[in-house]
Design a protein around this ligand. Structure first.
Ligand SMILES: [Zn+2]
Length: 259
């Protein structure tokens, strides 16, 4: 162990993790709550592929329709949305994800609201994820409003899906989400080794042709190689992990959050 590693979790076969439960048997279902059609594939497609290969069920939930991703006056919005949704379904399938849900809020007009929070709580109670992935809404200088609001609403909904006073019309089926994985984190504390799934991740990203997937795949490959060097592996994805503290609040403060 190097001097800078004192107090940090050791590097295991999965990487360096604040909490090991993601890959354990008790976690059967994972939900990613994302703003746009390529967000999860880019941020954590390698981790998603590892999870589905282990037989865990992963569901994608997309909040906006992604229409702003196609800036061509010849292509009507309805067609742009359809193109992007098809790209997402193809990419998800490559990563082993067959359940992709679209809520179709207008791209770049997402707001934090009690209505959205209630809707997400209802969906979480239906899907019953043990762990939820989403954006880190506290990332400084994040200018994409959909990313910020998606992160905040996902955190609130996953945090309170166990609470019978929330969404009372669906309170027969309360759900305790165990952990949150925040992607594109400001203060990462978990690095997953994706060396065995980087190729399939890049293939998924390439499906997003409207987003110049080939070019993005090269950029992401370099980024994952940089993150891999932090745990001495060829490729890694990084996260901030929040666990349940007492009384059931998200606790992200236990560990120093940098290498
Ligand atoms: Zn996005």
């Amino acid at each position: 162990m190097m001097e800078g590693d004192v107090g940090k979790p050791p590097i295991s076969k999965y990487g360096r993790m604040r909490s090991p439960i993601l890959f354990e048997e008790q976690v059967e279902s994972i939900l990613t709550i994302q703003a746009h059609q390529d967000d999860t594939d880019i941020a954590c497609g390698g981790t998603i592929a590892k999870l589905t290969r282990m037989g865990k069920k992963v569901t994608y939930l997309l909040l906006t329709d992604g229409r702003h991703g196609v800036c061509d006056p010849e292509i009507p919005a309805a067609q742009a949305i359809k193109m992007r949704n098809e790209e997402q379904k193809r990419a998800a399938k490559i990563l082993g994800v067959n359940d992709v849900k679209f809520l179709d809020y207008h791209d770049q007009q997402l707001d934090s609201s009690l209505e959205l929070r209630r809707r997400l709580i209802g969906i979480i109670r239906d899907i019953k994820p043990d762990i939820v992935f989403t954006f880190d809404p506290w990332r400084p200088y994040e200018g994409n409003r959909d990313h910020r609001h998606t992160g905040f609403m996902a955190l609130e909904a996953a945090g309170f899906a166990y609470d019978m006073y929330e969404c009372p019309e669906k309170n027969a089926d309360l759900q305790m989400v165990l952990e949150m994985y925040l992607f594109q984190p400001f203060l990462p504390d978990t690095w997953i080794d994706i060396t065995d799934t980087i190729d399939v991740k890049l293939e998924a990203i390439r499906q997003h042709e409207t987003q110049l997937g080939d070019k993005i795949a090269e950029i992401i490959k370099e980024k994952n190689a940089r993150d891999g060097r932090k745990i001495k592996k060829p490729y890694a994805e990084e996260f901030k992990v929040l666990r349940r503290g007492f009384p059931w609040v998200w606790d992200g403060l236990e560990m120093e959050s940098s290498l």
